[in-house]
Design a protein around this ligand. Structure first.
Ligand SMILES: NC(=O)c1ccc[n+]([C@@H]2O[C@H](COP(=O)([O-])OP(=O)(O)OC[C@H]3O[C@@H](n4cnc5c(N)ncnc54)[C@H](O)[C@@H]3O)[C@@H](O)[C@H]2O)c1
Length: 483
């Protein structure tokens, strides 16, 4: 199978002419683990928009601001931590706020009058460069995005550009912004990416597990009342032959009963990184009294939210390629360009799905109703479940209405997964908090398909077929070959 992957590409990106940061030693980079910014600490503290006229976006105040260690008050839970909730959260740090879910969420929260800061090292944009991928929608630089948001709404979004695996950077950002809630989207989030080769597997686990550990330590040290809202994935559970509960299951074994974490059966190095994250978070809730909500999110589809459609510079990314594209988004683009829908194997793989407008709603609900000190909550964040074949049928029907003849093909499954299985996952906790789902209706599918048609000239059809095989992953770095 041909691959479009390279780890040894040389990029020469000037931060003055391009909306990307300048990367150190990219030409000699052999592993994504060696990424670092060419900015010293003073530049972390202060950076400027590049354009005709230099304009300041946000000065990060890196001075250590003393944080009063509030005494933990009664009433206390059995683990010794307060059962009181914190006052209404106002300041929300969105880690990974330049990404697909994070950007939509940052705008939504800002629009709802939360003070928002985005933390992101822009590594997702680097992955695109390395792999020759591009979002279907043209996306502006993060600096232009927040500048446009300010000009349209008058609202500031603060920017902290850096890597959360760098604890010093993260600690300074937390001390400077003093968040009431941290929403953590900032991970390498593609299962295929984590299965490209050894270096990407290692990068994924280091980036995700260490990044999350750093977030936990930063909260413990500098912002102990802060509520961590962490994006996990439904993929942590796998596809067991019993109902999937929300985080915990009560088991009676040899006459004794206990409520235990629901068993995890992750099926890629990416999904495994999320399992490790969940375990680390649960442990620190117990040990240090961290308050945390693990949002086990389903597959997200859609691109528009009320905020991103306000201006083209606010457009969100829309991935359709075989590495970062999610199932329904991919099918819509495939239909738009006349490519048969690529069903992996038998197509009975069933998962939970949700509209991006519900992602932003769920995150706000979690923030507005924080976990208690020491509490580790798990919410299954999806609204409907579909098999791959069901999604293909829905897109075929939507295509008919637009006069598009949609075909589907079954291709050998590049993943190792059950292709026909039982799947029934609970998802009531967010509904109980007030989630009003946008279900996948005909009109939504029509508009998603229309959107894909609108941008179809930007589609690189070479990126549609999957190029990463779970079984063929090797220790050797994958290099660029032509298809
Ligand atoms: N998109 C989905 O369908 C989906 C489904 C389930 C769960 N999730 C979870 O939601 C989260 C966000 O997903 P997404 O689709 O928006 O991903 P994305 O790749 O579009 O965004 C992730 C962002 O995090 C940033 N980032 C990564 N590592 C970082 C680091 N070390 N320091 C600072 N920033 C870093 C990236 O630059 C990027 O902007 C992920 O944790 C993912 O696992 C997503």
């Amino acid at each position: 199978m041909a691959h479009l992957l390279s780890v040894s590409c040389s990029l020469n990106v000037s931060p003055v002419s391009k909306p990307y940061p300048k990367w150190c030693n990219l030409g000699s980079m052999v592993s994504p683990t060696s990424l670092s910014f060419c900015i010293d600490k003073s530049n972390v503290k202060r950076f400027f928009l590049h354009g005709k006229k230099s304009q300041r976006v946000q000065i990060v105040n890196a001075a250590t601001i003393p944080f009063s260690q509030e005494a933990i008050t009664n009433p206390t839970a059995s683990n010794g931590y307060s059962t009181e909730t914190s006052p209404k959260p106002k300041r929300v740090m969105v880690i990974g706020g330049d990404g697909y879910c994070g950007w939509a969420t940052a705008l939504h929260l800002s629009n709802k009058n939360y003070e928002v800061a985005i933390v992101d090292n822009l590594v997702r944009r680097l992955f695109d460069h390395q792999l020759g991928l591009e979002s279907l929608t043209p996306i502006s630089s993060i600096q232009n995005r927040v500048r446009r948001w300010k000009s349209l709404t008058g609202k500031d979004i603060k920017l902290y550009i850096g890597d959360i695996c760098d604890f010093e950077f993260l600690a300074e950002s937390v001390k400077s912004f003093e968040p009431d809630a941290v929403v953590h989207f900032g991970e390498q989030r593609s299962a295929p990416y984590s299965m490209i080769d050894r270096s990407r597997a290692v990068f994924t686990q280091q980036n995700n597990v260490i990044g999350t550990l750093n977030v936990l330590f930063a909260i413990k040290e500098y912002r102990e009342e802060c509520h961590l809202v962490k994006l996990g994935t439904m993929g942590e559970y796998g596809t067991p032959n019993i109902d999937i509960e929300e985080g915990f299951i009560t088991i009676t074994h040899n006459g004794r009963t206990d409520t235990l974490p629901y068993p995890k059966q992750a099926s890629s190095f990416y999904h495994l990184s999320k399992v490790h994250d969940s375990n680390n978070i649960a442990f620190t809730c117990k040990a240090w009294g961290i308050r945390a909500t693990d949002l086990n999110q389903g597959v997200v589809y859609g691109v528009r939210t009320d905020e991103t459609e306000m201006h083209e510079e606010l457009y969100n990314r829309f991935d359709y390629d075989g590495i970062f594209g999610t199932a329904l988004n991919r099918f819509c683009v495939q239909a738009a360009v006349g490519h048969p829908l690529t069903v992996y194997g038998k197509g009975g793989q069933t998962r939970g799905y949700l509209d991006i407008r519900d992602t932003v709603q769920c995150v706000e609900l979690a923030i507005r109703n924080p976990a208690k000190r020491g509490e580790f909550r798990v919410f299954n964040q999806f609204t409907e479940q579909f098999s791959v074949n069901e999604l293909a049928s829905l897109v075929t029907k939507a295509g008919e209405k637009l006069g598009i003849d949609v075909q589907k093909i079954s291709i050998p499954n590049p993943r190792v997964e059950a292709e026909e299985h039982y799947y029934n996952a609970k998802h009531t906790k967010l509904i109980e908090l007030g989630l009003q789902p946008h279900l996948l209706s005909d009109s939504l599918l029509d508009s998603l398909l229309n959107f894909a048609v609108q941008f179809k000239d930007r589609v690189d059809t070479k990126q549609i077929m999957p190029s990463v095989s779970w079984k063929k992953i090797s220790a050797k770095p994958k290099t660029l070959t032509t298809q």
